[in-house]
Design a protein around this ligand. Structure first.
Ligand code: GMT
Length: 386
């Protein structure tokens, strides 16, 4: 049987700390490992993207600062770069992560190219591109247009698929392809990391996020303040942003000796392997990649039952789900896992198995590869106006 030719995939994402950029970087890395070319097109090199890996390329988008514009424009230079890379490297697919403005730029790039040079456009929605911007009258129609002109649209959860159809009235199939995580080896031992953090016998409770409003850091801290006994745990916050706006709240709640913060960590695996319990109090979340990252290290989470989180965690088996905005319920959940190491270990094992079976690179990247082959085999324009 003839083997299929490797593909050339352009990937655009937000390169800074954030689940959609992390997922897109990991996808590019896995595609390159499988023999495809992955071309990243963005204003910065995605922060977790390895340097010098074969078949992995980065094409910067340069933005000139024109005094005549009150607001700098990114969409047009991005679309021009997408068209240039598509033509120069013969891209098969432009895969954009997070619709705004990436999907619109990709549609524009495609229409700038001669018919024979046009890549297929795959748009993956990650969350607030639907749940926040999709509701905004200044963005909604543009997002809807870009989705209808894409050759394929995917969402990272079934929840987000339904939200997209309801909020944006998108009249086309949307495929759910969940996120994946493939941990790298830790660079230090569990003991070394716990020593660095000053954690002894206490349970290490871990929260990792970009601290944006939907993460409800106020609820996280309020919940931590209600955990009893208070010396049974330490809360480690891996912050993808400046934590200082929350420092006053930590002091007000008497948590100064309980909360440890590390900002912009790239060796996330070091901390994941050292953690006992994940803690996530979001009020809205399409998936929550950080929960999956913890699951890969047999670390069960206490998390809010919102959005796509119930697709990631089966409550009572691979973690505990609690109602949103309820610090007492969160604290009781954490206490139940601190107080029962056997339950914690059983849930951790189940979490790790679930992560491998449903959310590994093997399972998920193969689905993206099949999707790319399918859109490439379909006649151009079959998904909507080109
Ligand atoms: O949508 C966002 O707020 C940003 C985005 C990001 O880049 O971190 O987060 C979303 O995408 C992640 C990766 O798919 C998901 O794990 C997050 O749940 C999702 N965030 C929200 O839905 C709030």
């Amino acid at each position: 049987m003839q083997s299929e030719r490797p593909l050339k995939i352009g990937i655009t994402c937000y390169p800074s700390v954030g689940g959609s950029g992390i997922l897109a970087s990991a996808l590019g890395e896995e595609l390159a490992r499988r023999g495809h070319e992955a071309h990243f097109i963005s204003y910065e090199r995605p922060f977790r993207l390895p340097a010098n890996a074969p078949r992995l390329f980065y094409h910067p988008v340069v933005i000139n600062d024109y005094g005549l514009f009150k607001y700098p424009d990114y969409t047009l230079p991005l679309s021009v770069k997408m068209a240039e890379v598509s033509r120069d490297h013969g891209l098969d697919v432009l895969h954009v992560h997070y619709a705004v403005p990436h999907a619109t730029a990709a549609i524009l790039a495609r229409s700038m190219l001669a018919p024979g040079d046009r890549p297929r456009v795959v748009t993956t929605l990650h969350g607030t591109d639907t749940t926040l911007l999709g509701r905004d009258v200044g963005y909604g129609p543009a997002i809807r247009h870009a989705l209808e002109c894409s050759d394929a649209v995917t969402t990272v959860s079934e929840y987000l698929r339904r939200e997209t159809q309801d909020l944006l009235s998108v009249n086309r199939p949307i495929e759910v392809i969940h996120n994946f995580f493939e941990p790298r080896p830790a660079t230090r031992t569990r003991e070394e990391v716990r020593r660095e953090l000053g954690i002894g016998k206490e349970a290490m409770v871990l929260h990792a996020s970009n601290l944006r409003p939907p993460k409800r850091i106020d609820v996280l801290l309020e919940s931590a303040a209600r955990i009893r006994p208070r010396d049974a745990f330490k809360l480690v916050v891996l912050a993808g942003a400046d934590f200082s706006p929350f420092a006053g709240e930590v002091r007000r709640l008497g948590l100064s000796d309980r909360v440890i913060v590390r900002e912009n960590i790239s060796e996330i695996e070091d901390y994941l392997q050292a953690a006992d319990i994940g803690l996530f109090t979001s009020e809205n979340e399409s998936f929550c990649l950080s929960i999956l990252e913890a699951m890969c290290f047999s670390c069960p989470s206490v998390a809010t039952a919102v959005g796509g989180i119930p697709e990631v965690v089966e409550s009572g088996r691979s973690g505990l789900l609690v109602p949103p905005l309820d610090p007492d319920a969160v604290a009781r959940g954490v206490e139940s896992l601190i107080g029962d190491p056997a339950l914690r270990a059983a849930m951790g094992d189940a979490a790790r198995r679930r992560a491998r079976e449903l959310f590994s690179a093997d399972v998920i990247v193969s689905r993206y590869e099949r999707l790319y082959r399918r859109v490439c085999a379909a006649p151009p324009g079959s998904a909507g106006p080109h």
